[in-house]
Design a protein around this ligand. Structure first.
Ligand SMILES: Nc1nc2c(c(=O)[nH]1)N[C@H]1C(S)=C(S)[C@@H](COP(=O)(O)OP(=O)(O)OC[C@H]3O[C@@H](n4cnc5c(=O)[nH]c(N)nc54)[C@H](O)[C@@H]3O)O[C@H]1N2
Ligand SMILES: Nc1nc2c(c(=O)[nH]1)N[C@H]1C(S)=C(S)[C@@H](COP(=O)(O)OP(=O)(O)OC[C@H]3O[C@@H](n4cnc5c(=O)[nH]c(N)nc54)[C@H](O)[C@@H]3O)O[C@H]1N2
Ligand code: SF4
Ligand SMILES: [Mo]
Length: 836
């Protein structure tokens, strides 16, 4: 057994992990108590990383088309195509589309190759979909992309505003830190979000701002502070859609709590007014002097593990490395440092424009690394067309079959988390090491090394790094240029770091705690803007994340534990809007926009505002026939940052009928044909499919081969089929109903691979010794369901801690604590109603 300190693969909180390698591709994951970002805590995704390190589905060899190729051949092909394209059509016919999930070293290498050697700034990143508005707002207000706080400021704040952030689901360890501050010093928590999320439910005040009403809200708040004599800047107000009481409650909290941190994420950034939202927030802090001191400041929380590192090394098309811009002196300094033969001269194409250029043939060579744009870009149908048309599409990924990789001419196998080595920078500017736990599988290689080899094959000098440490040294030394140009970013102290010291590098924050102290900062006047209403598409479409899934599910989708929280892509809709459209809770519903349409399972809930619906961004063609949230948003972007407005698109909803409903369990995935709808999720040893269809059920196409038994229950309109394989083990089961209720999936799914002796019980759909059905799973770590938690409430548990003592729920990673709190509150309310 070997213990390795590393950093989590997922979000920008950047939690430290102590990984105990227990065998071949086996690891026990624990929070690193010494890591300042998380002090030992991990959320559900980090805790269950061990379930995603297997080699299932991995891309392990270079592939040209569908044929395996050697590295030499693949590298020569990529380098040759790239050189050819530059020679025939100029540098701007080539583009790289990269990712905040690359390490800083990978990012640095990709950016150097494009901007200094290919000679084009056509390298953009999925951070364009994520952080670009915050970057632009920082640049406008601070003159540099700098986050002016660290996590310590959350500990020391008296008021925390969360703007467009479902923190309890998306940054759960930060959420626990905020809750700890509330516990320790009575910190007040306000959530500004059109939806009543689990985060909002736990807040002292939920402010259900209307979609994109944030600029109006923050401007009006600032005007109110001026009225109260607490600030002296006059902004343009506007419609935020709040009741006078809610606004007054918010204004009172803001007025009376100088130690205020405003955390903002995608509800702010992903908007056609995203940059203005960022500046409206910063304006309030600047006008009230609430910045650069303990417990205060605007805090853009990053999404991906290395969104921040990518920004440092110039991953965005409109920046150079080291926070530099495109002025002549900055360009020439960078060119000199790299000894660049063909330095780019102007900003390149931003993501949405980049895929337009691929679509219309201006970009002919595209290399996609560590991102899945066929799923995650807005107007994904258009992006797919663009990818399919591209003359040369190269994809570096860890997974063989992503929706994007399916369209690639050349696939390059990259090292995954747990294999790769390098650095990431988290939301608070803390640089931490990701360290390898396992040997490289198959022929997979580090992204930076693949890029360097392509560069060398193209004949470029300056890519002869022997390890990640060498790349890091070159980057750290280069930050002398940031310093020269008056920037805060400074890693020069690490320029001479030895391989051994890099190996042992402890997490550190660049810029210190309040790096903008003494610097010039600007209030940027911003005005509210709204999207016109389209009578054909009267509803506002909001999109985002689930607690236990990560983006396009290429890794979290493999975990049976994580799948339990939400197995299907849901359309969350207000009861009145659902009734108007004739959509029942649990039925299928189609969401239609000007860009496309997709089918979801309806979840009718008053957590949604009237006139607003929400769908997840996660589901792909590999996981469902519908649920493709990104077919819906259009290509509109923020005019300053180029970030898409993912959170506010126009749509309508309609019911989708089907004659039967069913579910299927089996070991190997299958692509169900002739059904109206399907979606799959991981279970132990296989997959659970939810199905809906019309006409006859083609059981042969759905079930695996083997010895089949069938039971028909006419009274309940139910057909049940089960298959036992040659070894006598249950290999599949299919339950279909036309009118009745389907049984709980859990026990039936658990029989997969078990002895076929259970067949009679299975076909009767009930265990001979029935265990009480635990209900929808709330705590994935301990496998505790809703019914069990309610049973503990009935037996007297009143607090989350008491539930934890009774059954363990919520005591491991803590991601489910807000959900337990809600159940307890609902139970209490029901009791009170009953008592009246
Ligand atoms: N579980 C999980 N965690 C993740 C990720 C994941 O995929 N899964 N991804 C990571 C990444 S890359 C990112 S960027 C972060 C994202 O983290 P978050 O930003 O917290 O996540 P989202 O769900 O995209 O959106 C947040 C909220 O914005 C709200 N919103 C929508 N429109 C508006 C508006 O006009 N104004 C306001 N004020 N709010 C609005 C939505 O209702 C939603 O609840 O999460 C990171 N963490
Ligand atoms: N509708 C809607 N769309 C959104 C959003 C939204 O809120 N709503 N959010 C946007 C945001 S904030 C983000 S960040 C994006 C995320 O969107 P994507 O970046 O497309 O999502 P991922 O699924 O994380 O894709 C990462 C890919 O990289 C691969 N990979 C993982 N590790 C490595 C590695 O080390 N090397 C290589 N080469 N490959 C690797 C994975 O297998 C996967 O295929 O989605 C955006 N899209
Ligand atoms: S909060 Fe969760 S997903 Fe984010 S870094 Fe920490 S453990 Fe990983
Ligand atoms: Mo993101």
């Amino acid at each position: 057994m070997r213990a390795v300190r590393t950093t989590c693969a997922y979000c920008g909180v950047g939690c430290g992990i102590r990984a105990e390698v227990t065998g071949e591709r086996a690891v026990v994951i624990r929070g690193d108590a010494q890591h300042p970002a998380n002090l030992g805590k991990l959320c559900s995704k980090g805790t269950h990383l061990g379930e995603t390190v297997g080699l299932e589905g991995r891309l392990l060899h270079p592939m040209i088309g569908n044929a395996r190729a050697g590295w030499d051949e693949a590298l020569h092909l990529v380098a040759g195509k790239m050189r050819d394209c530059v020679e025939r059509h100029g540098p701007d016919s080539v583009a790289l589309y990269v990712s905040g999930q690359l390490l800083t070293e990978d990012y640095y290498a990709a950016n150097k190759l494009m901007k200094g050697f290919v000679g084009s700034a056509n390298i953009d990143t999925n951070s364009r979909l994520c952080m670009a508005s915050a970057v632009a707002a920082h640049n406008r207000a601070f003159g540099e992309d700098v986050v002016p706080v660290t996590y310590d400021d959350l500990d020391e704040a008296d008021l925390i505003l969360l703007v467009g952030s479902n923190t309890a689901w998306c940054h759960p360890v930060i959420w626990q830190r905020i809750e700890a501050a509330r516990e320790a010093r009575g910190t007040k928590i306000v959530v500004i979000d059109p939806r009543r999320t689990e985060t909002a439910e736990q807040a002292d005040l939920h402010v259900p701002v209307q979609p994109d009403g944030d600029v109006a809200l923050f401007n009006t708040l600032l005007a109110e502070m001026v009225r109260r004599g607490l600030a002296d800047t006059v902004p343009a107000m506007g419609e935020h859609g709040l009741s006078p009481d809610t606004f007054a409650a918010l204004a009172d909290l803001v007025a009376t709590h100088p130690r205020m941190v405003t955390v903002f994420s995608m509800g702010a950034n992903q908007s056609i007014a995203g940059t203005d939202k960022g500046n409206a927030i910063m304006n309030l802090h600047l006008a009230m002097g609430r910045i650069n001191a303990p417990g205060m400041g605007p805090f853009s929380m990053t999404g991906q593990p290395n969104a921040m590192g990518g920004r440092e090394v110039g991953g965005l098309a409109n920046m150079l490395a080291c926070h530099l811009g495109f002025s002549e002196s900055e360009l020439s300094d960078v060119a000199a440092y790299w000894q660049a033969p063909r330095m780019c001269s102007a900003p390149g194409l931003k993501a949405v424009d980049l895929f337009r250029a691929v679509h219309d043939g201006r970009v002919k060579f595209l290399w996609v690394m560590a991102t899945n744009p066929a799923v995650s870009m807005p107007d994904a149908g258009f992006v797919r067309e663009a990818l399919a048309k591209c003359e040369t599409l190269v994809v570096s990924d860890v997974i063989a079959d992503t929706d994007t990789a399916r369209l690639a001419h050349i696939r390059l196998p990259a090292l995954a988390w747990g294999e790769k080595d390098g650095t990431v920078t988290n939301s608070e500017r803390r640089v931490s090491r990701q360290r390898a736990l396992f040997a490289a599988p198959g022929e997979a290689r580090a992204d930076w090394a693949i890029i360097a080899d392509v560069a060398k094959t193209m004949g470029f000098a300056g890519f002869d790094w022997t390890n990640a440490a060498a790349v890091f040294r070159e980057y750290a030394a280069m930050t002398a240029l940031s310093v020269k140009h008056g920037k805060v970013l400074d890693l020069t102290a690490h320029a001479g770091i030895s391989d051994a010291d890099y190996e042992a590098l402890d997490p550190f924050v660049w810029g210190g705690r309040h790096p903008l102290q003494g610097r010039e900062m600007k209030i940027v006047p911003v005005e509210p803007r709204t999207r016109p209403v389209d009578p054909d598409f009267p509803l506002r479409l909001n999109t985002g994340r689930y607690r236990d899934q990560w983006h396009t599910m290429t890794r979290t989708g493999l975990s049976p534990t994580l799948a339990q929280h939400r197995r299907e892509p849901l359309l969350e809709v207000h009861p009145a809007d659902a009734a108007e459209a004739g959509i029942a809770d649990g039925a299928l519903a189609r969401v239609v926009s000007a860009a496309g349409s997709s089918v979801f399972r309806a979840s009718v809930t008053d957590a949604q505002g009237r006139g607003q619906v929400f769908v997840p961004m996660h589901w792909t063609d590999a996981m469902a026939s519908g649920g493709r949230g990104n077919l819906l948003p259009d290509q509109s972007v923020d005019p300053v940052s180029g970030q898409p407005g993912f959170k506010n698109n126009a749509c309508r909803i309609e019911p989708v009928g089907s004659e039967w409903r069913g579910f299927l369990v089996r070991r190997e995935p299958v692509s169900p044909q002739g059904v109206v709808w399907w979606s799959r999720s991981a279970i132990a040893g296989g997959w659970l499919y939810e199905l809906a269809g019309n006409g006859a059920v083609d059981a042969d196409a759905l079930l695996p081969a083997g010895n089949r038994s069938e039971a028909v229950d006419l009274a309940r309109g139910m057909r049940r089929l089960a298959v036992v394989d040659g070894s006598g083990a249950m290999a599949g089961a299919l339950f279909i109903t036309r009118i009745g209720q389907l049984p709980p999936r859990e026990w039936i799914a658990a029989q997969l691979g078990a002895s076929g002796a259970h067949l009679p019980e299975l076909l009767a759909a009930r265990p001979s010794a029935p265990a009480p059905h635990r209900g929808p799973v709330v705590c994935v770590c301990h496998g505790i369901g809703t019914n069990q938690i309610l049973a503990h409430a009935e037996q007297g548990a009143r607090t989350v801690a008491e539930v934890g003592r009774a059954c363990g729920a919520g005591t491991n990673c803590g991601s489910c604590r807000p959900a337990i709190a809600r159940l307890l509150r609902e139970w209490n309310e029901t009791c009170e109603e009953a008592a009246q």
